[in-house]
Design a protein around this ligand. Structure first.
Ligand code: UD1
Ligand code: UDP
Length: 453
């Protein structure tokens, strides 16, 4: 009998809560959910925070990539950073308490990643971070804050490139918790590329002639530093207008950017084609067939490197340096002259070139799952003391919350004001702590007391 089997036979399946919130999380979780589904010893649960909720930023990825319907959706929606992070913390905690996962797995660097990690570690639940250790060293990027904090919290750190190992070691993370496993976003690319190549997006956008695709470029922009200031956005788009003189530029517009462009009055080059965000298969097809990609996306820097397509990143820095040192990526910042000059070089047949980084081979999810199973069987992946100490107190808190709301009160505070019920509930709940039948009876009595006050 293998060691793994012995452990899971006794202790049931390894329950893993997988967290998604925003578009790039969906691309990264797809291969992981698929891989976990192959192991009977794992029970994968999917939780969507609802950070992204538009059909084109969320549902289409579930459909196209075969991601299972989430077991839970926190439906948090949009808001300020603090509000969104806090709402996720509040809404995820009772689900973690009730469902008692053995591990919470987070991907990437969005607000959902940080919030889920924080809620989990405070309950003593181990966290695995996929795409750990990336650093832009630019603290004005909201994602950089999310990366640093998530990596400080996580117990298991899965990295895509060597530099990330150095970053984590400098921050004091233990070497034996860091694993270079490759890139799950590139797993998805390997899995879906041949299907994507059958997409009709080329004909829908009029990008085909008798010989196949005409030369065209793809543009995406959604970083706050590029799109939140209208002045910066217009400057960037004026550079893109110059690129559009040379070839059509397809620009699927992120909702953050769309909301800024709504107020813009400037007319752009007719070959700069603004379209709504497109589904994964159509987008992968566009990337694959394009002559040039201009972007400020994190994931797209990696996908173009994997595809060998020239990429100009409209940022001053990148948290993914391997895409520059080994891949096809060049940092051109926000300077229109630099952007246009670099684009013209590429279109003149002088691209930078590049190679695919080590382990970006379509097997990253397999490696992650293998490591998690190994850690579980060796006992590293066990609940820490914090959880066992806190569990009863926290469960009691949520049981009381549920009781208050079942009794029709808007808040525990309102309930507390009713002195006689307060006394009664306290005594019943304290008996119920050690005695489940007494608790059930107490809850029943309180409910009937409400119906017949
Ligand atoms: C988020 C991530 C960013 C990631 C990007 C991927 C954070 C801090 N940012 O940025 O790292 O690169 O997702 O696309 O987590 N909106 C919609 N529909 C939606 C979602 C958002 O219209 O389904 C609009 C709302 O007006 C919202 C704005 O887009 O205020 C920004 O959404 P938000 O999730 O806060 O940040 P993103 O810019 O999408
Ligand atoms: N993507 C997509 N449709 C689009 C734009 C992007 O399917 O219109 C995919 C892209 O291929 C990549 C992911 O979304 O897999 C990247 O997401 P995004 O750029 O929003 O986030 P980031 O990677 O910057 O966090």
């Amino acid at each position: 009998m293998s060691n793994n089997f012995r452990v899971f036979h006794m202790a049931n399946r390894l329950k893993i809560f997988n967290i998604v919130g925003a578009r790039p999380n969906l691309v990264k979780i797809a291969p992981l959910m698929c891989e976990m589904g192959k192991h009977v010893s794992i029970q994968p649960i999917l939780l969507h925070t609802g950070q992204h909720y538009d059909e084109r930023l969320s549902d289409v990825f579930f459909r196209q990539m075969g991601i299972p319907t989430p077991d839970f959706n926190l439906e948090v929606g949009s808001g300020s950073h603090a509000w969104q992070t806090a709402e996720i913390l509040k809404r995820i905690e009772p689900l973690l308490v009730e469902n008692k996962p053995d591990l919470v797995l987070v991907v990437g660097d969005v607000n959902s990643t940080l919030a889920a990690s924080l809620a989990s570690v405070k309950l003593g639940i181990p966290v695995a971070h996929v795409e750990a250790g990336l650093r832009s060293f630019d603290r004005t990027m909201p994602e950089e804050i999310n990366r640093v904090l998530t990596d400080a919290l996580a117990d298991h750190l899965f990295v895509t490139e060597e530099d990330a190992i150095g970053n984590l070691l400098k921050e004091g993370r233990p070497r034996n918790r860091i694993h270079l496993i490759g890139n799950v976003m590139i797993d998805a690319l390997h899995q879906f590329l041949s299907l994507a190549q059958k997409s009709n997006i080329g004909s829908e956008l009029g990008l085909l002639n008798g010989n196949g695709f005409v030369p065209f470029a793809v543009l995406t922009l959604h970083r706050p530093s590029n799109v939140d200031s209208m002045q910066t956005l217009e400057k960037l788009l004026s550079a893109i207008d110059a690129v559009a003189e040379e070839l059509p530029v397809i620009f699927p517009v992120h909702p953050r950017t769309e909301s800024r462009l709504k107020d813009a009055s400037v007319k752009h080059h007719p070959r700069l084609r603004l379209i709504p965000p497109v589904g994964y298969l159509d987008f992968l097809c566009l990337l694959d067939r394009s002559s040039l990609v201009l972007t400020d996306s994190g994931g797209i820097q990696e996908e173009t490197t994997a595809l060998g397509v020239p990429c100009l990143t409209l940022r001053e820095n990148t948290e993914r340096p391997i895409t520059v040192t080994e891949g096809t990526n060049q940092l051109v910042g926000q300077d229109p002259l630099k952007i246009v000059t670099a684009a013209r070089e590429i279109l003149a047949g002088k691209p930078k070139g590049g190679r695919v980084p080590q382990l970006w081979d379509g097997h990253a999810a397999e490696r992650i799952v293998k490591i998690l199973l190994r850690e579980a069987s060796s006992g590293t992946l066990t609940l820490n003391q914090l959880r066992t100490n806190n569990e009863e107190i926290i469960e009691e808190y949520y049981n009381q919350q549920r009781l208050h709301s079942a009794l029709g009160y808007r808040s525990p505070e309102e309930f507390e004001r009713k002195a006689e019920w307060q006394a009664e509930s306290r005594s019943i709940l304290s008996r119920g702590k050690t005695n489940r039948p007494a608790r059930a009876e107490g809850e029943k009595r309180l409910r009937s007391a409400t119906r017949n006050p």
